[in-house]
Design a protein around this ligand. Structure first.
Ligand SMILES: C[S@@+](CC[C@H](N)C(=O)[O-])C[C@H]1O[C@@H](n2cnc3c(N)ncnc32)[C@H](O)[C@@H]1O
Length: 426
Protein backbone atom coordinates (compact mmCIF):
# COMPACT_ATOMS: atom_id res chain seq x y z
CA UNK A 1 0.00 0.00 0.00
CA UNK A 2 1.33 3.45 -0.89
CA UNK A 3 1.46 5.85 2.01
CA UNK A 4 0.93 9.52 1.25
CA UNK A 5 3.42 11.57 3.18
CA UNK A 6 2.83 15.28 3.72
CA UNK A 7 5.14 17.72 5.41
CA UNK A 8 4.74 16.84 9.12
CA UNK A 9 5.74 20.31 10.29
CA UNK A 10 3.31 21.86 12.69
CA UNK A 11 1.18 24.38 10.84
CA UNK A 12 0.53 27.56 12.82
CA UNK A 13 -2.56 28.33 10.68
CA UNK A 14 -4.21 25.10 11.72
CA UNK A 15 -7.22 25.93 13.91
CA UNK A 16 -8.64 22.45 14.09
CA UNK A 17 -7.50 21.88 17.66
CA UNK A 18 -8.17 23.50 21.00
CA UNK A 19 -4.88 23.78 22.82
CA UNK A 20 -1.67 24.97 21.20
CA UNK A 21 1.36 22.86 21.85
CA UNK A 22 4.71 23.66 20.32
CA UNK A 23 5.93 20.09 19.69
CA UNK A 24 2.97 18.76 17.76
CA UNK A 25 2.90 17.59 14.17
CA UNK A 26 0.39 18.59 11.56
CA UNK A 27 -3.20 17.39 11.34
CA UNK A 28 -3.06 16.77 7.59
CA UNK A 29 0.11 14.69 7.94
CA UNK A 30 -1.84 12.19 10.06
CA UNK A 31 -5.03 12.30 7.97
CA UNK A 32 -3.12 11.79 4.70
CA UNK A 33 -1.45 8.67 6.08
CA UNK A 34 -4.73 7.28 7.40
CA UNK A 35 -6.46 7.84 4.06
CA UNK A 36 -4.40 4.93 2.74
CA UNK A 37 -5.70 2.43 5.32
CA UNK A 38 -8.85 0.45 5.95
CA UNK A 39 -9.84 2.13 9.20
CA UNK A 40 -12.54 -0.39 10.14
CA UNK A 41 -9.95 -2.95 11.16
CA UNK A 42 -7.10 -0.75 12.26
CA UNK A 43 -5.48 -0.75 15.72
CA UNK A 44 -3.44 2.45 15.88
CA UNK A 45 -0.91 3.54 18.50
CA UNK A 46 0.96 6.68 19.45
CA UNK A 47 3.28 5.87 22.38
CA UNK A 48 4.43 9.54 22.55
CA UNK A 49 1.00 11.00 21.93
CA UNK A 50 1.77 14.51 23.25
CA UNK A 51 -1.15 16.85 22.63
CA UNK A 52 -2.80 14.00 20.76
CA UNK A 53 -2.71 14.87 17.08
CA UNK A 54 -2.68 11.16 16.25
CA UNK A 55 -5.57 10.24 18.58
CA UNK A 56 -7.67 13.28 17.61
CA UNK A 57 -7.43 12.74 13.85
CA UNK A 58 -7.86 8.97 14.22
CA UNK A 59 -11.05 9.43 16.27
CA UNK A 60 -12.42 11.94 13.77
CA UNK A 61 -11.81 9.55 10.89
CA UNK A 62 -13.22 6.52 12.71
CA UNK A 63 -10.21 4.29 13.27
CA UNK A 64 -11.44 1.14 15.02
CA UNK A 65 -9.05 1.10 17.98
CA UNK A 66 -7.01 4.13 19.01
CA UNK A 67 -4.34 4.08 21.73
CA UNK A 68 -2.49 7.23 22.80
CA UNK A 69 -0.06 7.31 25.71
CA UNK A 70 2.29 9.88 27.18
CA UNK A 71 4.32 9.96 30.38
CA UNK A 72 3.23 13.50 31.17
CA UNK A 73 -0.35 13.54 32.58
CA UNK A 74 -0.88 17.04 31.18
CA UNK A 75 -0.39 15.69 27.67
CA UNK A 76 -3.03 13.00 28.19
CA UNK A 77 -5.43 15.59 29.61
CA UNK A 78 -4.84 17.76 26.52
CA UNK A 79 -5.34 14.74 24.22
CA UNK A 80 -8.57 13.95 26.10
CA UNK A 81 -9.88 17.54 25.89
CA UNK A 82 -9.17 17.49 22.15
CA UNK A 83 -11.76 14.70 21.82
CA UNK A 84 -14.55 16.83 23.30
CA UNK A 85 -17.52 17.63 21.08
CA UNK A 86 -19.69 20.70 20.98
CA UNK A 87 -23.14 20.57 22.50
CA UNK A 88 -25.49 23.12 23.99
CA UNK A 89 -24.20 22.44 27.50
CA UNK A 90 -20.68 23.41 26.53
CA UNK A 91 -21.73 26.93 27.51
CA UNK A 92 -21.38 26.43 31.24
CA UNK A 93 -23.79 27.84 33.70
CA UNK A 94 -21.32 28.75 36.43
CA UNK A 95 -22.36 29.30 40.02
CA UNK A 96 -20.44 31.55 42.37
CA UNK A 97 -20.27 29.22 45.34
CA UNK A 98 -17.41 29.42 47.78
CA UNK A 99 -16.28 26.02 48.89
CA UNK A 100 -12.91 26.92 50.30
CA UNK A 101 -11.52 29.38 52.81
CA UNK A 102 -7.99 30.70 52.81
CA UNK A 103 -7.10 28.32 55.62
CA UNK A 104 -8.10 25.33 53.44
CA UNK A 105 -5.37 26.12 50.98
CA UNK A 106 -2.29 24.33 52.17
CA UNK A 107 0.80 24.60 50.07
CA UNK A 108 -0.95 24.93 46.75
CA UNK A 109 1.50 24.88 43.82
CA UNK A 110 -0.29 27.87 42.27
CA UNK A 111 1.13 29.92 45.16
CA UNK A 112 4.36 29.97 43.18
CA UNK A 113 2.75 32.78 41.14
CA UNK A 114 -0.47 33.84 42.94
CA UNK A 115 -1.25 35.19 46.41
CA UNK A 116 -3.01 32.81 48.79
CA UNK A 117 -6.34 34.62 48.46
CA UNK A 118 -6.07 34.54 44.68
CA UNK A 119 -5.35 30.81 44.77
CA UNK A 120 -8.49 30.34 46.83
CA UNK A 121 -10.44 32.35 44.23
CA UNK A 122 -9.05 30.21 41.39
CA UNK A 123 -9.75 26.95 43.21
CA UNK A 124 -13.31 28.01 44.03
CA UNK A 125 -13.86 28.75 40.35
CA UNK A 126 -12.34 25.38 39.49
CA UNK A 127 -14.79 23.63 41.83
CA UNK A 128 -17.70 25.58 40.34
CA UNK A 129 -16.60 24.47 36.87
CA UNK A 130 -16.22 20.84 37.91
CA UNK A 131 -19.60 20.79 39.55
CA UNK A 132 -21.26 22.46 36.57
CA UNK A 133 -19.85 19.75 34.25
CA UNK A 134 -20.19 16.81 36.59
CA UNK A 135 -23.63 17.66 37.89
CA UNK A 136 -25.01 16.85 34.47
CA UNK A 137 -23.67 13.37 34.95
CA UNK A 138 -23.84 12.76 38.68
CA UNK A 139 -26.10 14.18 41.30
CA UNK A 140 -23.60 15.27 43.92
CA UNK A 141 -21.34 18.25 44.32
CA UNK A 142 -17.62 17.99 44.85
CA UNK A 143 -16.26 20.30 47.47
CA UNK A 144 -12.71 19.18 47.80
CA UNK A 145 -9.64 19.97 45.79
CA UNK A 146 -8.11 17.82 43.14
CA UNK A 147 -5.40 15.75 44.63
CA UNK A 148 -2.71 14.74 42.27
CA UNK A 149 -2.37 12.08 40.85
CA UNK A 150 -5.86 10.49 41.03
CA UNK A 151 -7.72 13.36 39.52
CA UNK A 152 -6.17 13.37 36.08
CA UNK A 153 -7.51 9.89 35.46
CA UNK A 154 -11.05 11.28 35.56
CA UNK A 155 -10.04 14.02 33.14
CA UNK A 156 -8.56 11.50 30.74
CA UNK A 157 -11.86 9.60 30.68
CA UNK A 158 -14.17 12.62 30.65
CA UNK A 159 -13.40 14.61 27.48
CA UNK A 160 -15.77 17.43 28.30
CA UNK A 161 -14.32 17.99 31.76
CA UNK A 162 -10.81 17.81 30.26
CA UNK A 163 -11.87 20.42 27.72
CA UNK A 164 -12.89 22.84 30.50
CA UNK A 165 -9.49 22.24 32.08
CA UNK A 166 -7.80 23.25 28.82
CA UNK A 167 -9.67 26.53 29.15
CA UNK A 168 -8.53 26.79 32.76
CA UNK A 169 -4.91 26.09 31.72
CA UNK A 170 -5.14 28.82 29.09
CA UNK A 171 -6.40 31.43 31.57
CA UNK A 172 -3.77 30.61 34.18
CA UNK A 173 -1.03 30.56 31.53
CA UNK A 174 -2.05 33.98 30.24
CA UNK A 175 -2.06 35.37 33.79
CA UNK A 176 1.41 33.98 34.50
CA UNK A 177 2.85 35.24 31.22
CA UNK A 178 5.00 37.84 32.97
CA UNK A 179 6.97 35.02 34.61
CA UNK A 180 7.99 33.53 31.27
CA UNK A 181 11.71 33.62 30.57
CA UNK A 182 13.57 33.98 27.29
CA UNK A 183 13.67 30.20 27.00
CA UNK A 184 10.11 29.47 25.83
CA UNK A 185 9.81 26.31 27.88
CA UNK A 186 11.00 27.86 31.13
CA UNK A 187 8.91 29.73 33.69
CA UNK A 188 10.21 31.65 36.69
CA UNK A 189 8.45 31.73 40.02
CA UNK A 190 7.67 34.81 42.09
CA UNK A 191 10.69 35.78 44.18
CA UNK A 192 8.81 37.87 46.69
CA UNK A 193 5.18 38.06 47.89
CA UNK A 194 4.59 41.43 46.20
CA UNK A 195 5.50 39.97 42.83
CA UNK A 196 2.59 37.52 43.13
CA UNK A 197 -0.55 37.96 41.05
CA UNK A 198 -3.74 39.14 42.76
CA UNK A 199 -7.11 38.24 41.28
CA UNK A 200 -10.66 38.12 42.63
CA UNK A 201 -13.03 35.22 42.05
CA UNK A 202 -15.27 37.41 39.96
CA UNK A 203 -12.38 38.55 37.75
CA UNK A 204 -11.09 35.01 37.34
CA UNK A 205 -14.52 33.63 36.53
CA UNK A 206 -15.04 36.34 33.89
CA UNK A 207 -11.70 35.51 32.27
CA UNK A 208 -12.63 31.84 32.29
CA UNK A 209 -16.02 32.41 30.67
CA UNK A 210 -14.62 34.61 27.94
CA UNK A 211 -11.86 32.09 27.17
CA UNK A 212 -14.50 29.34 27.17
CA UNK A 213 -16.54 31.28 24.63
CA UNK A 214 -13.49 31.67 22.38
CA UNK A 215 -12.67 27.97 22.59
CA UNK A 216 -16.32 27.01 22.06
CA UNK A 217 -16.06 28.84 18.73
CA UNK A 218 -13.25 26.46 17.72
CA UNK A 219 -15.04 23.44 19.16
CA UNK A 220 -18.21 24.20 17.24
CA UNK A 221 -16.36 24.07 13.92
CA UNK A 222 -14.43 20.93 14.74
CA UNK A 223 -15.03 17.72 12.79
CA UNK A 224 -17.14 15.31 14.82
CA UNK A 225 -15.68 12.05 16.03
CA UNK A 226 -16.54 8.80 14.31
CA UNK A 227 -14.54 7.16 17.02
CA UNK A 228 -15.10 3.58 17.94
CA UNK A 229 -12.74 2.67 20.76
CA UNK A 230 -10.18 5.00 22.29
CA UNK A 231 -7.78 4.52 25.16
CA UNK A 232 -5.68 7.43 26.35
CA UNK A 233 -3.42 7.10 29.32
CA UNK A 234 -0.34 8.05 31.27
CA UNK A 235 2.28 5.50 30.47
CA UNK A 236 5.98 5.13 29.81
CA UNK A 237 6.81 4.19 26.21
CA UNK A 238 9.12 1.51 27.64
CA UNK A 239 6.24 -0.34 29.35
CA UNK A 240 3.05 0.04 27.34
CA UNK A 241 -0.23 -1.34 28.76
CA UNK A 242 -0.87 -3.34 25.58
CA UNK A 243 -0.93 -7.01 24.59
CA UNK A 244 1.80 -8.54 22.44
CA UNK A 245 1.23 -8.15 18.68
CA UNK A 246 -1.95 -6.11 19.05
CA UNK A 247 -1.09 -3.03 16.96
CA UNK A 248 -1.23 -2.61 13.15
CA UNK A 249 0.15 0.88 12.81
CA UNK A 250 2.04 3.43 14.93
CA UNK A 251 2.15 7.10 13.94
CA UNK A 252 4.37 9.09 16.26
CA UNK A 253 7.16 11.54 16.93
CA UNK A 254 9.55 10.70 19.75
CA UNK A 255 10.88 13.10 22.34
CA UNK A 256 13.66 15.02 20.62
CA UNK A 257 17.25 15.18 21.62
CA UNK A 258 17.31 18.96 21.70
CA UNK A 259 17.44 19.63 25.42
CA UNK A 260 13.79 20.69 25.51
CA UNK A 261 12.47 19.96 28.96
CA UNK A 262 8.91 18.86 28.26
CA UNK A 263 7.98 18.64 31.96
CA UNK A 264 9.11 22.19 32.69
CA UNK A 265 7.20 23.34 29.62
CA UNK A 266 4.00 22.20 31.35
CA UNK A 267 4.83 23.40 34.84
CA UNK A 268 1.87 25.81 35.01
CA UNK A 269 -0.61 23.16 33.84
CA UNK A 270 0.84 20.66 36.33
CA UNK A 271 0.32 23.21 39.09
CA UNK A 272 -3.32 23.68 38.03
CA UNK A 273 -3.78 19.92 38.39
CA UNK A 274 -2.29 20.24 41.85
CA UNK A 275 1.08 18.57 41.38
CA UNK A 276 2.05 19.77 44.76
CA UNK A 277 5.44 18.54 45.64
CA UNK A 278 8.66 19.27 43.98
CA UNK A 279 9.58 15.62 44.31
CA UNK A 280 6.59 14.53 42.14
CA UNK A 281 7.66 17.05 39.55
CA UNK A 282 11.28 15.96 39.69
CA UNK A 283 10.31 12.31 39.41
CA UNK A 284 8.26 13.06 36.28
CA UNK A 285 11.26 14.90 34.81
CA UNK A 286 13.46 11.89 35.45
CA UNK A 287 11.15 9.52 33.60
CA UNK A 288 11.04 11.65 30.50
CA UNK A 289 13.18 10.56 27.60
CA UNK A 290 15.41 13.44 26.53
CA UNK A 291 15.31 14.97 29.99
CA UNK A 292 18.06 17.34 30.98
CA UNK A 293 18.24 15.50 34.32
CA UNK A 294 20.97 12.91 34.32
CA UNK A 295 20.30 9.94 36.57
CA UNK A 296 22.63 7.32 35.09
CA UNK A 297 24.99 6.22 37.80
CA UNK A 298 27.04 4.13 35.41
CA UNK A 299 27.63 4.55 31.73
CA UNK A 300 25.87 2.20 29.31
CA UNK A 301 23.28 0.10 31.07
CA UNK A 302 22.53 -1.77 27.83
CA UNK A 303 23.66 -2.12 24.25
CA UNK A 304 22.63 0.65 21.86
CA UNK A 305 22.48 -1.12 18.47
CA UNK A 306 23.30 1.93 16.33
CA UNK A 307 26.76 2.64 14.90
CA UNK A 308 25.80 6.24 14.26
CA UNK A 309 24.75 6.75 17.88
CA UNK A 310 27.97 5.19 19.17
CA UNK A 311 30.13 7.38 16.90
CA UNK A 312 28.18 10.43 17.98
CA UNK A 313 28.70 9.51 21.65
CA UNK A 314 32.45 9.11 21.05
CA UNK A 315 32.61 12.57 19.48
CA UNK A 316 30.74 14.07 22.44
CA UNK A 317 33.07 12.27 24.87
CA UNK A 318 36.14 13.60 23.07
CA UNK A 319 34.86 17.13 22.68
CA UNK A 320 37.07 19.70 24.36
CA UNK A 321 34.30 21.77 25.89
CA UNK A 322 33.55 21.65 29.56
CA UNK A 323 31.13 18.98 30.84
CA UNK A 324 31.08 17.13 27.50
CA UNK A 325 32.73 14.06 29.05
CA UNK A 326 30.68 14.06 32.16
CA UNK A 327 27.24 15.58 31.94
CA UNK A 328 26.45 15.70 28.20
CA UNK A 329 27.92 12.31 27.36
CA UNK A 330 25.76 10.70 30.04
CA UNK A 331 22.71 12.66 29.01
CA UNK A 332 22.98 11.41 25.42
CA UNK A 333 23.54 7.80 26.55
CA UNK A 334 20.41 8.11 28.66
CA UNK A 335 18.46 9.42 25.65
CA UNK A 336 19.59 6.66 23.29
CA UNK A 337 18.91 3.99 25.92
CA UNK A 338 15.40 5.32 26.44
CA UNK A 339 14.74 5.28 22.70
CA UNK A 340 16.28 1.79 22.31
CA UNK A 341 14.02 0.38 25.04
CA UNK A 342 10.97 2.09 23.57
CA UNK A 343 11.65 0.58 20.14
CA UNK A 344 11.88 -2.86 21.76
CA UNK A 345 8.50 -2.22 23.38
CA UNK A 346 6.95 -0.98 20.12
CA UNK A 347 8.27 -4.18 18.49
CA UNK A 348 6.61 -6.28 21.19
CA UNK A 349 3.17 -4.75 20.72
CA UNK A 350 3.22 -4.61 16.89
CA UNK A 351 1.75 -7.37 14.71
CA UNK A 352 3.97 -9.04 12.12
CA UNK A 353 4.01 -6.81 9.00
CA UNK A 354 2.70 -3.96 11.14
CA UNK A 355 4.13 -0.52 10.39
CA UNK A 356 5.65 2.42 12.22
CA UNK A 357 5.59 5.92 10.76
CA UNK A 358 7.82 8.16 12.77
CA UNK A 359 8.85 11.83 12.50
CA UNK A 360 12.26 12.74 13.84
CA UNK A 361 14.10 16.03 14.03
CA UNK A 362 17.86 16.40 13.66
CA UNK A 363 20.07 18.49 15.95
CA UNK A 364 23.60 19.48 16.89
CA UNK A 365 25.66 19.16 20.01
CA UNK A 366 28.09 22.10 19.70
CA UNK A 367 29.60 21.46 16.25
CA UNK A 368 28.77 17.74 16.23
CA UNK A 369 25.87 16.78 13.97
CA UNK A 370 23.41 14.20 15.25
CA UNK A 371 21.96 12.31 12.30
CA UNK A 372 18.96 11.14 14.27
CA UNK A 373 17.08 9.63 11.33
CA UNK A 374 20.06 7.35 10.68
CA UNK A 375 20.09 6.39 14.38
CA UNK A 376 16.39 5.44 14.27
CA UNK A 377 16.92 3.54 11.03
CA UNK A 378 19.70 1.46 12.59
CA UNK A 379 17.78 0.88 15.82
CA UNK A 380 14.70 -0.36 13.93
CA UNK A 381 16.68 -2.37 11.35
CA UNK A 382 18.64 -4.12 14.10
CA UNK A 383 15.38 -5.06 15.78
CA UNK A 384 13.90 -6.88 12.79
CA UNK A 385 12.26 -3.99 10.97
CA UNK A 386 12.67 -3.15 7.26
CA UNK A 387 12.87 0.49 6.12
CA UNK A 388 10.16 1.19 3.54
CA UNK A 389 10.67 4.89 3.10
CA UNK A 390 12.66 7.91 4.26
CA UNK A 391 11.69 11.45 3.35
CA UNK A 392 13.34 14.68 4.50
CA UNK A 393 11.50 17.96 4.96
CA UNK A 394 13.26 21.29 5.28
CA UNK A 395 11.93 24.77 5.40
CA UNK A 396 13.28 27.19 2.79
CA UNK A 397 17.01 26.85 2.34
CA UNK A 398 19.00 29.52 4.09
CA UNK A 399 22.55 30.60 3.24
CA UNK A 400 23.80 28.42 6.06
CA UNK A 401 22.02 25.29 4.82
CA UNK A 402 23.35 25.91 1.29
CA UNK A 403 26.96 26.07 2.40
CA UNK A 404 27.98 22.57 3.39
CA UNK A 405 30.98 23.78 5.35
CA UNK A 406 28.91 25.97 7.55
CA UNK A 407 26.81 23.20 9.09
CA UNK A 408 27.96 24.42 12.48
CA UNK A 409 26.22 27.71 11.98
CA UNK A 410 23.12 26.24 10.48
CA UNK A 411 20.02 27.81 11.89
CA UNK A 412 19.06 25.39 14.67
CA UNK A 413 15.58 26.89 14.70
CA UNK A 414 15.16 25.44 11.22
CA UNK A 415 15.86 21.75 11.70
CA UNK A 416 15.30 18.99 9.19
CA UNK A 417 12.38 16.72 9.92
CA UNK A 418 12.48 13.22 8.51
CA UNK A 419 9.59 10.84 8.10
CA UNK A 420 10.61 7.20 8.33
CA UNK A 421 8.41 4.18 7.57
CA UNK A 422 9.30 0.74 8.88
CA UNK A 423 7.67 -2.67 8.59
CA UNK A 424 8.04 -5.39 11.21
CA UNK A 425 9.49 -8.46 9.53
CA UNK A 426 9.96 -10.88 12.42
C1 LIG B 1 7.59 15.33 20.16
S1 LIG B 1 6.43 15.12 21.43
C2 LIG B 1 5.06 14.38 20.59
C3 LIG B 1 4.14 15.40 19.98
C4 LIG B 1 2.87 14.84 19.37
N1 LIG B 1 3.15 14.19 18.09
C5 LIG B 1 1.81 15.92 19.19
O1 LIG B 1 1.20 16.00 18.12
O2 LIG B 1 1.61 16.70 20.13
C6 LIG B 1 7.10 13.83 22.39
C7 LIG B 1 6.30 13.44 23.63
O3 LIG B 1 6.96 12.35 24.29
C8 LIG B 1 6.62 12.41 25.66
N2 LIG B 1 7.55 11.55 26.44
C9 LIG B 1 8.80 11.81 26.90
N3 LIG B 1 9.30 10.75 27.56
C10 LIG B 1 8.36 9.78 27.52
C11 LIG B 1 8.28 8.45 28.02
N4 LIG B 1 9.29 7.91 28.70
N5 LIG B 1 7.16 7.73 27.77
C12 LIG B 1 6.10 8.27 27.09
N6 LIG B 1 6.11 9.54 26.61
C13 LIG B 1 7.22 10.28 26.82
C14 LIG B 1 6.68 13.90 25.99
O4 LIG B 1 5.88 14.18 27.12
C15 LIG B 1 6.14 14.53 24.68
O5 LIG B 1 4.77 14.84 24.82
Amino acid sequence: MKTNIENPKYNSNDFSFIYRYYAGFSTSFVSEILSGYNLDNLALLDPWNGSGTTSRVACQLGVKKVYGFDINPIMSVIASGELAEYDENTKLDLKQRNYLMNRDILQDPLEQWFTKTSVKNIRNTELNIRNAVLLEESAYEVNYLAIFPDFYELLILNHKLAYTYLVLFEVVKKLTEKFKSTNPTWIKIAKSPNEKIKITQNEFQKLFLSELEAKNGILEKKTRNLKKEVQLGVSDSRTLPLEDESIDLTITSPPYCTRIDYAVATRVELAVLGMSSNSDFESLRKQMIGTTKVTNSEYFQREIPSKTAILFLESVYNHSSKASKTYYYKQFIQYFEGITDSILEISRVTKKNGKVIIVVQDSFYKDIYLNISQVFKELFNNNGWKTLEKKDFTKKQTMATLNKNSKVYRDISNPVETVLIFERMN
